[in-house]
Design a protein around this ligand. Structure first.
Ligand code: SF4
Length: 338
């Protein structure tokens, strides 16, 4: 499977009055068409910042961005980070699209749903407004909005939260993008609607053969829909693995902590919360960024966790992690999630 997106050594930093915020550091990953990559982490872990960089949505005058994010288009590769901003603007909505947590903020309250979808389609397609409305109606139908021909004339406030998120998915997919980035798309929705929206994204991914990046803080969501996962902490990827490997053989104490916090059906357990807070991205500590919260750091000899940032190492094919623990120590640590 050829990768549609290849991100290499992406660093995004923002100068502030208090100092340079290093939002992502040395982030590298890829995603192929037909594949769903989940990106998991707490607020401030860098998961949204790296995706916004892939979409070319950071202000280049204020953000300091290095590295590359290459889209392998049919016409040839384009690096979003170094390409002309106009080129990137034209690719957005056509080759790559994004849906956000709060659809209300992305929809204009004064225009009908049909007008907004139609305009998104006409940006990249020759056609009359009537053609655009026809396409909008087809898309509403595709994303499971009943009575689409009528609803296309309605306004955002006439839709429920779940239906608005379906509209946003229709808007994102109206020009058949090859890459869809969904940033916490179900967080604002109740559990039943969450499941429906995740299934919808999955079904549409298969239909359109898209590469999907799903950003979430919820490992439960990851288990349902993703093929692979990047676990991010303090701006870095700390573990990268296929879903089964991440769930059944996690290689990083942070992933283990996240897994311990998921309720399991049929198992009596006390849910675990990882103590403490992530470090400031302005003053990252020396050594491992997770050390202050890690219950295993004392098992690593030579004070290594405090002095040396572990490298992201591939221990088995496709499974990378950033931790100084030996395999025998990790084996014991994994017992916590059995
Ligand atoms: Fe914990 Fe040390 Fe591994 Fe960091 S390197 S996760 S502090 S054991």
């Amino acid at each position: 499977m050829k990768n549609f997106l290849e991100v290499n050594n992406l660093n995004v930093a923002f100068p502030t009055e208090d100092g340079l915020v290093r939002a992502t550091n040395e982030v590298s990953f890829s995603v192929a068409r037909g594949e769903t990559l989940a990106v998991v982490g707490e607020s401030g872990s860098g998961k949204s910042v790296s995706s916004l960089a892939v979409m070319g949505l950071h202000n280049r005058k204020t953000a300091q961005i290095t590295g590359s994010a290459i889209l392998n288009l049919e016409s040839g590769p384009v690096d979003v980070i170094s390409a002309d901003e106009e080129v990137v603007r034209r690719m957005r909505g056509k080759e790559m699209a994004m849906i956000f947590q709060d659809p209300m903020s992305a929809l204009h309250p004064y225009y009908s749903i049909g007008d907004q979808l139609s305009e998104a389609w006409r940006l990249y397609n020759e056609g009359s407004k009537a053609d655009g409305i026809k396409r909008a109606t087809e898309m509403l139908d595709l994303v499971g909005i009943p009575n689409a021909a009528k609803r296309v004339t309605e306004f955002p406030h006439q839709f429920s939260g779940g239906m608005r998120q379906r509209v946003m998915i229709a808007m994102a997919l109206i020009n058949n993008p090859s890459l869809l980035i969904a940033d916490e798309p179900t967080t604002a929705l109740d559990v039943t609607v969450q499941a429906q929206i995740l299934k919808l994204i999955r079904d549409l991914q298969i239909e359109f053969n898209m590469a999907v990046i799903l950003i979430t803080h919820d490992l439960g969501v990851v288990a349902e829909v993703a093929d692979r996962v990047n676990v991010m902490y303090a701006g870095r990827i700390v573990e990268q693995a296929k879903i089964d490997d991440a769930f059944y053989s996690p290689d990083h104490p942070y992933t283990i902590g996240l897994l311990q916090s998921i309720p399991r059906v049929g198992k009596q357990q006390r849910l675990h919360a990882i103590p403490g807070q992530p470090p400031s991205l302005i003053n990252l500590p020396e050594g491992c960024s997770f050390r202050a919260r890690c219950e295993y750091s004392n098992q690593v000899s030579g004070n290594l966790c405090a002095t040396k940032m572990p490298a992201l190492q591939e221990k088995i094919a496709g499974h990378l992690s950033r931790c100084h623990l030996e395999e025998s120590q990790l084996k014991k640590a994994r017992e916590a999630v059995k």
